[in-house]
Design a protein around this ligand. Structure first.
Ligand code: PGA
Length: 257
C-alpha cells in the first residue's frame, strides 16, 4: 500500500509572517487525521522558521527547488545541504513553471534529482504536457521524454529510488481552474507506472504518483479515488488554511470509506 501524500506548493506566495500564521493554525484544523502525509513546500526564506514550528506536528516540509551542488559560488542559489540541515524532507524538481520561466532543461533536472537523492532528500519530480502537446495527442511521448530525461542513467539503489515521488501535472491544468479528468489523469499515472516498470521493475509499485493542476476540495477525490493516483500537488487551494484543511479532510474521509 502506498501512503497517500498531499503536497502544498505555495509558489511565490506568503511572507514569513503569513507562513507562520498558517503553520500555527493548520495542525488544529486537521487534528485527528492520520495515516497520510502532508507536506508544505514553502518559499526558501520561511523554511528555517517553519522547521522549528512544525517540529511537534505531523506536518513535513519541502522546498520548491534547489541547486544541485553542495556549495559554491552560485549567487542566489540554495543547496541541498542547506535544506537537509533544516530537516527538510522533500524537494519539488522540474516544476513546469521552472522549465518555462527559468529554462530548466532535462540535464539540469537530472542533476537536481541525482543530487536530491545524494543528500537524502526525496525529489518530487514534475512532468506534464502543455496544451499544444495535449491537443496533438503527444502526451505519452512528452511524459516519456521528461521521465527518462530526468532519470536515465541515475545510479541510485532501488530502495532509495522507490521513495521518489512523481507529479503528473498537465501544464494546461495548472492555475487555470480546469483540471484534467480523473480518468484521464489515472490513465497517464498508469502509463508512468508502466514506464517505471519497464526500466526499474518492482520499484514502479512503490513510487507515489500525484496529480496536480487546479485541484480543490470539491474535485480532489476525483483524483485520489483512482487506483494509480496516490495524492496531489496543490497550488492555489493550499494557500488558505480552511480550504487546504478541508481538502485534507475530504481525502481522509474518502480513504476510510
Ligand atoms: P494549482 O497549481 O493547484 O494552482 O493549479 C498546481 C501546481 O502548480 O503545482
Amino acid at each position: 500500500m502506498r501512503q497517500t501524500l498531499i503536497v502544498a506548493n505555495w509558489k511565490m506566495y506568503k511572507t514569513l509572517a503569513e507562513a507562520e500564521e498558517f503553520i500555527e493554525r493548520f495542525p488544529g484544523e486537521i487534528a485527528g487525521i492520520s495515516g497520510m502525509e502532508t507536506v508544505i513546500c514553502a518559499p526558501f526564506i520561511s523554511l528555517a522558521r517553519l522547521s522549528v514550528l512544525t517540529e511537534r506536528t505531523t506536518l513535513l516540509l519541502g522546498a520548491q527547488n534547489m541547486h544541485w551542488q553542495k556549495e559554491g559560488a552560485f549567487t542566489g542559489e540554495i543547496s541541498p545541504l542547506m535544506l537537509r540541515d533544516l530537516g527538510i524532507k522533500y524537494v519539488i524538481i522540474g516544476h513546469s513553471e521552472r522549465r518555462l520561466h527559468f529554462n530548466e532543461s532535462s540535464l539540469l533536472i537530472k542533476r537536481k534529482v541525482a543530487s536530491a537523492f545524494n543528500f537524502g532528500l526525496i525529489p518530487i519530480l514534475c512532468i506534464g504536457e502543455n496544451w499544444e502537446q495535449h491537443s496533438s495527442k503527444e502526451t505519452e511521448k512528452v511524459i516519456a521524454e521528461q521521465l527518462f530525461g530526468a532519470l536515465e542513467g541515475l545510479t541510485v539503489e532501488k530502495d532509495i529510488l522507490q521513495k521518489m515521488v512523481l507529479a503528473y501535472e498537465p501544464v494546461w491544468a495548472i492555475g487555470t481552474g480546469t483540471p484534467a479528468h480523473g480518468d484521464e489523469a489515472n490513465a497517464i499515472a498508469g502509463f508512468i507506472r508502466s514506464l517505471l516498470q519497464e526500466k526499474w521493475g518492482e520499484v514502479s509499485e512503490k513510487v507515489r504518483i500525484l496529480y496536480g493542476g487546479s485541484v480543490n476540495p470539491d474535485n480532489i477525490t476525483e483524483f485520489t479515488g483512482k487506483e494509480e493516483i496516490d495524492g496531489a500537488l496543490v497550488g492555489s487551494s493550499s494557500l488558505n488554511v480552511k480550504t487546504f484543511a478541508e481538502l485534507i479532510r475530504v481525502v481522509f474521509s474518502e480513504r476510510r470509506a
